[in-house]
Design a protein. Structure first.
Ligand code: HEM
Length: 530
């Protein structure tokens, strides 16, 4: 017994000594920048699982402690140095530092480790780097053309109509009410169906709870699981897929075997789909110019043109997954936050409704031509995205020694970071910074009126790797929101005696949901406008 205790003590002493040496090395790696000193790094397995607290910042610290931590260290760039587990990191909310990191310089790159959840199926434009990235972007970029948006609007409008005509929605023209238990689930169902229709050409229907198996040739390849189910399971299970070791799938755990089945089904589907589209292209029945093309078909067309420099089947599927992940969860979370914030702020909702009524005259069938006229609706979406940026952190590692410039209160400072230092662009910190966004907690869509965002640092990133699907997200969102608010008045559901401010503090708490950041399960009341 004593022997075991001695061995244990010796191991403990060796561990502590080792960590002390590492800790000193970590401090010098982050150039002794002030910051959080803790037990676990936010992205380590243990640190990510434990809640935010004094000894563990956790993944959500930059939301929970926003506008407090940087202030307390008087620096817009800080370090996080763990004692027990995980690498040291530099977090920044300084515009100067963020632009340097995201400007496309070869001094920063995305690593296989930090992009692992989206590499599960193969490399993609989202995860690739250096020359490999250029190849992906050259082929994937043309998927998003001006032809993408009119059909996207049509699909979004038609899906909205299906939604309100479906069971459970009041169908009379008199004032009637519906309770939405979760704005996030509603938005998620919408964006999932849209990505299936517009990215994969799959006619997923609202009414059948997106489990509808189509008769399409491609989908016949997917016999084990309906497309909608597989898509949803894969999208929601990415972290689980990554965390569970391969042997765990042999233990007969139902969640894991269902997830495995979803992955296998979807891979089978995508492989069959790619082969089918290639055959169509060979017969010249599909072309880039056709407005009927979905994103995936455009991708296959562009890939065929590349010949031997094209993407492999794995890379093609990896990019499809990137569309799926990047295009579904992000938009859903921001849409849910927009619905919630407009329900909370009735005055902003009325301003938006006034514009919608002016643009959508009675009996008018809406079209993509309405999109530029609905700038107030877009501004609400952007403001919700500022408060709850779906891409909450953008992670890069240094590829060589870097002198990182950061400003705090207009004062410039420079730090030297050696090769291999992990740097996190804190999108929540930046977008809630009072210097860049005065009165940051306030929901003020007016901030975005008349803004031209293309080359700016926004919630969609910055520089050459900024979001490829930004316009896709904005068109889909404006169409959905304009239709909803044309027909419905949204309101929040207060507890007895609760104020609107208390409701916001209770319900609108951001967190990582799957791979993106957002608000969860906001219940809302919708009353038909007469
Ligand atoms: C509100 C919705 C969205 C937000 C907030 C958002 C945010 C972002 C951000 C911040 C990045 C940059 C990542 C980085 O630098 O590491 C990004 C990249 C990307 N996004 Fe989005 N996104 C949204 C919707 C979409 C949609 C709808 C699609 C596709 C249909 C999409 C496709 C992509 C792709 C392919 C990239 C990688 C671009 C590259 O590396 O070249 N996103 N997104």
């Amino acid at each position: 017994m004593i022997m075991i205790a001695v061995v244990f003590l010796l191991v403990l002493i060796a561990f502590v000594l080792n960590r002390c040496i590492l800790y000193r090395r970590f401090l010098s790696q982050v150039d002794n920048l002030p910051g959080l000193r803790c037990l676990f790094s936010p992205f380590s397995a243990v640190g990510a699982m434990l809640p935010t607290g004094r000894f563990n910042p956790g993944m959500n610290w930059n939301w929970i402690w926003r506008n407090r931590v940087y202030e307390s260290f008087s620096s817009d760039t800080i370090s996080i140095v763990p004692f027990v587990l995980g690498p040291p990191m530099v977090y920044t909310r300084s515009a100067e530092a963020i632009k340097q990191i995201l400007s496309g310089s070869s001094s920063f790159h995305k690593t296989a480790e930090t992009t692992a959840p989206i590499r599960l199926w193969g490399n993609s434009v989202f995860a690739a780097d250096h020359d490999d990235y250029k190849r992906h972007r050259r082929i994937v970029g043309p998927s998003f053309t001006s032809n993408t948006y009119p059909p996207l609007w049509r699909e979004s409008a038609s899906l909205y109509n299906e939604m309100v005509e479906s069971e459970g929605w009041p169908d009379s023209k008199v004032t009637s009410e519906i309770h939405i238990p979760s704005a996030s689930r509603l938005a998620s169902k919408f964006t999932m169906a849209i990505i299936a229709r517009c990215a994969f050409g799959q006619p997923i229907a609202w009414q059948r709870d997106i489990n509808h198996a189509s008769d399409s040739v491609e989908e016949k390849a997917l016999q084990d699981m309906p497309f909608g189910d597989a898509l949803r399971a894969v999208s929601e299970g990415a972290i689980c897929r990554l965390a569970a070791p391969r042997w765990a799938y042999k233990l007969g755990i139902k969640t894991l075997s269902d997830l495995d089945r979803a992955y296998t089904s979807l891979r089978k589907f995508m492989t069959a789909f790619a082969a089918f589209r290639r055959a169509e292209i060979a017969e010249k029945s599909v072309g880039v110019g056709s407005v009927e093309n979905d994103l995936f078909t455009r991708l296959v067309v562009a890939n065929e043109k590349e010949g031997k420099n094209g993407l492999t089947d794995d890379e093609l599927i990896g990019n499809t997954f990137a569309f799926l992940f990047a295009g579904h969860e992000t938009s859903a979370h921001v849409l849910a936050a927009t619905l919630a914030l407009l329900a909370l702020h009735q005055d902003k909702q009325e301003a938006v409704v006034e514009q919608i009524n002016a643009v959508f005259s009675a009996g008018h069938e809406t079209s993509y031509e309405d999109y530029p006229k609905l700038d107030k609706v877009l501004a609400c979406f952007l403001e919700a995205c500022r408060l709850f940026p779906a891409g909450a952190f953008l992670i890069r590692d240094t590829t060589e020694e870097v002198r990182l410039r950061s400003t705090t209160g207009g004062l410039l400072s420079t730090m030297t970071l050696p090769e291999g230092t992990r740097v996190v662009v804190d999108m929540i910190g930046y977008h809630n910074h009072p210097e860049y966004f005065p009165d940051p907690d306030a929901f003020k869509p007016e901030r975005w009126y008349g803004q031209h965002l293309e080359s700016e640092l926004t919630m969609f990133g910055f520089g050459p790797r900024a979001c490829l699907g930004r316009k896709f997200a904005m068109v889909e969102a404006v169409c959905f929101l304009a239709h909803i608010f044309r027909d419905w008045k949204l309101d929040i559901i207060l507890l007895p005696g609760e104020s609107r401010a208390a409701w916001r503090a209770r319900v609108l708490q951001g967190r990582l949901l799957g791979l993106a950041f957002g608000v969860k399960d906001v219940p809302l009341r919708m009353t038909r406008r007469v």
